[in-house]
Design a protein around this ligand. Structure first.
Ligand code: ADP
Ligand code: ZN
Length: 720
């Protein structure tokens, strides 16, 4: 049995086409080969499947995989077969004959991995068959996928998972591997206990997903346009989540009217319609699925490029899981959350309907954490990961707060006021009460506790409720204040709080600013590789996928197509070296892809290189690049096939964000002066008064550019 790292890497390449293990995969595979019980906690897209699939191939006997959803099961089996790996499933959709022949194949050792639903696995008829397997060919291991389903503490409890206990009782020698993407420690513990695992090796991967870009936008009149812009800009497949079925239907239709191929998905549709829309999405026949949260559990599409929450999610864990459906393939993807006060009210309304006050309390606290996330000004990753008990240093360079930092202000004195008020209230109250006291409220609750007589009563009238809330949140995110997690959210002081009060530590708070320029992390190689070749490779992939009735990503993932476009291999050997091309696929698809690659190379050789679009990462930056090359607004608009107003808007945002736009080329210095004079007189809040003041002699674009430039000068970018 191969046990060395080198041998394992060779097997990885041979069966799956990958050059390297992802973090933890190798250790887990080694544990499995040593017949140990293992618990694997990895975020979505971390590469869990490989952890049990590779050992299954290398060990003798059959590996039995428990999976909760028939759709997922079929998907995985299909994907394995497409790598030339003998896998099969048994479930209730099969005819008796199909069932028989699969059982026969298992006994003839023609199958390495068998997928099953839990209730069927533990039924007496199958257990008898399992005895036979054990006796004839041996059971290499049991794999419990989505293992959090066994825990009532999880968000997706399935009672039938409880019956899996019988596996350990009946086959005590067979090792068990349990896998989940659940982040909470409570559930992890439950999994080991319920399955009676023996000294399991527990592997917990970081829940950070570095390839995802996180951003939050305010829901307003312009949101639909922003949504549309994101969809167009990102290209590829995406999911848009809404709160209600009606919204789903309406939004899907609106998008279709705007030329986006979008379909709805929600519980009000027939099973058949839902299934059909899902399949069309997976096969890249449509690009966007608009859905309620019902969508996602059963799908395994690795190349989702964006997930947009058009409404506020119920809690941060759901947000993490739902947004995490983006970029499973490790390629850059974008997660956008639109946030509005109205959504908070809607969710609060649902919470009020809950009969159990304890449930209400917990739900309310969960909602507060989502609001904290949305309104937070610290690194989004830090906020998310701190929710899961993982500490992250911030400055991730992959979220709106890190990429477009808002100005920081010194709020040490305010922090001292706030913290001493917490102290005077004996650390027994939540932030709303503290703020009431600071702002000198005469509420009954304040008077009843005698807090209207505290020295801190009314010392914070100069700041609004909102500002105090902002401070409280920031103190918590920065670890300068604690909050209990029992649903009561009582504020508690810690060591750092006292340091602030003793003037040993300053407090800086990020103060929100209005606009942000949209740009996501996108690899520049993608564009470098030549969009046209990539298009040709994609369309070949699509053709092959329809010939074989499988989703395109099963032929090759996006990353492999991109490598093809970059490296442009010309021989079968070179082709086989690409990450994602295993032995089986090289033989099966190599010639057809090579034909496209060779034809491309030849056509390149006979053509002179043309002025290419620059390597850029966002639509704004393409505009910027063309501007730098000396093109006028009208020229850029023509070149990019956009309206002039769109380009003008890009330039304004770039100016506001402090990019190097040559203002003198857009407006003459004299005209700038006149506008600046008006700005001086009237301030930078509104354009209309300035337009009026200048007696309609200057265009709105000109005014806007100057104002944007002006505001960027006043609030220079700071790195926090
Ligand atoms: P999970 O089940 O944890 O969500 P998957 O097992 O579906 O994740 O893997 C996510 C993606 O990563 C898949 O497209 C898979 O092929 C790919 N992948 C897994 N392991 C590797 C690896 N070592 N190198 C490159 N890609 C990998
Ligand atoms: Zn960040």
């Amino acid at each position: 049995m191969p046990a060395t790292g080198y041998a394992l890497e060779k097997a990885l390449k041979r069966y799956f086409g990958y050059d390297r293990f992802r973090p933890l995969q190798q250790e887990i595979v080694e544990n499995a080969l040593a017949n140990q019980d293992v618990v694997v906690i990895m975020p979505t897209g971390g590469g869990k499947s490989l952890c049990f699939q590779l050992p299954a191939l290398l060990k003798s006997g059959l590996t039995v995989v428990v999976s909760p959803l028939i759709a997922l099961m079929q998907d995985q089996v299909e994907s394995l077969r497409n790598n030339g790996i003998p896998a099969t499933f048994l479930n209730s959709t099969l005819s008796r004959t199909a069932q028989r022949s699969r059982e026969q194949a298992i006994l003839e050792k023609k199958v390495k991995l068998l997928y099953m639903a839990p209730e069927r696995l533990v039924g007496e008829p199958f257990l008898q068959f399992l005895d036979l397997i054990q006796h004839e060919i041996g059971i290499a291991g049991f794999v419990i996928d989505e293992a959090h389903c066994i825990s009532a503490w999880g968000h997706d409890f399935r009672p039938e998972y409880r019956q899996l206990q019988i596996l350990r009782q009946r086959y005590p020698q067979v090792p068990i591997m349990a896998l989940t993407a659940t982040a909470t420690p409570r559930v992890r513990q439950d999994i080991s206990q319920q399955l009676t695992l023996q000294n399991p090796q527990v592997h917990v991967a970081s829940f950070n997903r570095p390839n995802l870009y996180y951003e939050v936008r305010h829901q307003n009149r312009n949101s639909y346009n922003e949504l549309l812009q994101i969809i167009r800009q990102e290209g590829g497949s995406g999911i848009v989540y809404c709160l209600s079925r009606r919204q789903v239907d309406e939004l899907a239709e609106q998008l279709r009217n705007d030329g986006i191929s979008a379909l709805p998905y929600h519980a009000g549709m027939t099973d058949e319609d839902r299934r059909q829309n899902q399949t069309r999405f997976i096969r890249d026949e449509i690009s966007v699925i608009v859905a309620t949260v019902a969508f996602g559990m059963g799908i395994d599409k690795p190349d989702v490029r964006f997930v947009i929450h058009y409404n506020l999610p119920r809690n941060l864990e759901s947000y993490y899981q739902e947004s995490g459906r983006a970029g499973r393939d490790g390629e850059p993807a974008r997660c956008t959350l639109f946030y509005s006060y109205r959504d908070i009210k809607t969710i609060e309304y649902f919470i009020d309907q809950k009969p159990d006050p304890d449930d209400q309390r917990i739900a309310r606290q969960q909602l507060r954490r989502v609001v904290d996330y949305a309104e937070g000004t610290d690194c989004r990753r830090s906020i998310q990961l701190s929710y899961f008990g993982e500490s992250f240093p911030g400055n991730c360079n992959g979220c709106d707060n890190c990429c477009y930092p808002k100005p920081v202000e010194d709020w040490t004195i305010e922090a001292q006021k706030f913290l001493s008020c917490v102290a005077r209230c004996k650390q027994r109250f939540g932030s709303n009460h503290i703020i009431d006291v600071l702002r000198g409220s005469k509420k009954e609750k304040v008077r009843r506790n005698g807090h209207d007589r505290l020295s801190t009563h009314g010392i914070g009238k100069d700041k609004s409720k909102e500002e105090w809330r902002l401070l409280a949140r920031s103190l918590i995110h920065q670890g300068l204040l604690e909050e209990t997690t029992d649903g009561y959210s009582v504020l508690k002081l810690n060591q750092a709080s006292w340091e602030v009060m003793r003037k040993q530590r300053s407090v800086f708070v990020v103060v929100p600013k209005e606009e942000k320029v949209a740009a996501s992390v996108q690899s520049s190689e993608a564009r470098e590789a030549g969009e046209r070749l990539l298009q040709e490779l994609r369309s070949l992939r699509k053709t092959i996928a329809s010939e074989e009735s499988i989703p395109p990503y099963m032929v090759f993932p996006d990353s492999t197509l991109r490598l093809m476009a970059q490296k442009q291999p010309q021989t079968t050997e070179e082709f086989g070296e690409l990450s994602g091309v295993g032995e089986y696929k090289r033989q099966k698809y190599g010639d057809r892809f090579l034909a496209v690659l060779r034809a491309h190379k030849q056509s390149q050789a006979s053509q002179k290189p043309k002025n290419r679009t620059p390597n850029t990462s966002s639509t704004h930056e393409i505009t910027l690049e063309l501007h730098r090359q000396g093109l006028s607004v009208a020229d850029i608009a023509r070149e990019r096939n956009f309206k002039e107003s769109t380009i003008a808007d890009h330039l304004a945002k770039l100016l506001a964000a402090g990019y190097d736009v040559d203002l003198n080329r857009l407006i003459s210095p004299e005209r700038q002066k006149a506008i600046l004079h008006a700005v001086d007189v009237l301030g930078v809040s509104f354009m209309k008064p300035i337009y009026e003041y200048l007696q309609h002699q200057y265009t709105y674009n000109e005014i806007r550019w100057v104002m944007s430039w002006y505001s960027s000068q006043r609030s220079p970018k700071q790195s926090s």
